[in-house]
Design a protein around this ligand. Structure first.
Ligand SMILES: C[S@@+](CC[C@H](N)C(=O)[O-])C[C@H]1O[C@@H](n2cnc3c(N)ncnc32)[C@H](O)[C@@H]1O
Length: 248
């Protein structure tokens, strides 16, 4: 099944999926520390966490003394980010909006986009518009770090059907791979009764070459690639791709 153009408006809801659930929240401090080592920011620097979701990384960045702005489309996740910040006794500036409509101009020392929060639009021009907004939001020489599904690995290891045990529910996944990306239908089956629900998402697949070209079109120059938070150089073995770029 193919994703609708606006699938991202109802996929990211706590009743269906929360990006900070389970292991993801526990991984956040180590991931944030990898990111901060690459961004080399001074205390007080302004950092944009684009598509911050429930703020699991944003709060870690704020704990290190950065002035963090978390931006996301989901009001529900932003409320969770605010609660996380309050619990950790740190300040977060939170803004709600669509990543294609960024209005910031030259105010950030760095920006991040983590956990495959990019490539969601059926039109490539919307991905480019997002990156142009990131570029505009950065000061000259500002860094941008993005973490995505690694296209090379995703195409090589593609499975049309698989399932996972998520604790309180099973997740049944059926996927379709197209020339442009991956359409994945997630069927959520609660273990203790309740109705099954399904949603389909789309993620445009980027490898090093395609991402480099797209970043360049937005005025961002790729500097380095890793195959995940372990810090190994990117290869087809890695399921994730991390790229550090600089605003030209
Ligand atoms: C996979 S989650 C990752 C969240 C967070 N970066 C993390 O690692 O926990 C993707 C995030 O993108 C947000 N999102 C989806 N579509 C968006 C859009 N068009 N504009 C802004 N945010 C969007 C979702 O609400 C969600 O928080």
């Amino acid at each position: 099944m193919r994703a609708r153009a606006d699938w991202h408006r109802d996929f990211f809801r706590n009743s269906f999926y929360n990006p900070a659930a389970g292991e993801a929240a526990r991984r956040a401090p180590a991931e944030a520390s990898f990111v901060l080592r690459r961004l080399k920011l001074k205390r007080g620097s302004a950092l944009l966490d684009l598509c911050c979701g429930p703020g699991r990384h944003a709060v870690e960045f704020a704990k290190k003394g950065l002035a963090v702005t978390g931006y996301d489309l989901s009001g529900e996740y932003l409320r969770e980010a605010a609660a996380r910040a309050k619990k950790a006794r740190v300040a977060l500036r939170l803004a709600r909006g669509d990543m294609r409509e960024l209005k910031f101009s030259g105010e950030f020392d760095a920006a991040v986009n983590l956990f495959t929060s990019f490539g969601y639009f059926l039109k490539f021009s919307d991905d480019l518009r997002t990156l142009k907004g990131v570029s505009r939001a950065l000061k000259p020489g500002g860094f941008f770090l993005i973490e995505l599904v690694n296209a090379e690995h995703a195409r090589k290891s593609f499975r049309p059907r698989w399932w996972d045990d998520m604790g309180d529910h099973f997740l049944l996944i059926s996927s379709e791979l197209t020339a442009d990306g991956l359409h994945e239908t997630w069927m959520r089956l609660p273990k203790r009764g309740g109705r099954a629900r399904a949603r389909t998402f789309f993620c445009r697949l980027y490898d090093r070459k395609r991402l480099s070209g797209t970043l360049a079109q937005a005025g961002l120059k790729p500097l380095k690639f890793w195959g995940g938070y372990g810090g190994a150089p990117l290869s087809a073995r890695h399921s994730s791709l991390i790229c550090l770029a600089i605003k030209k």
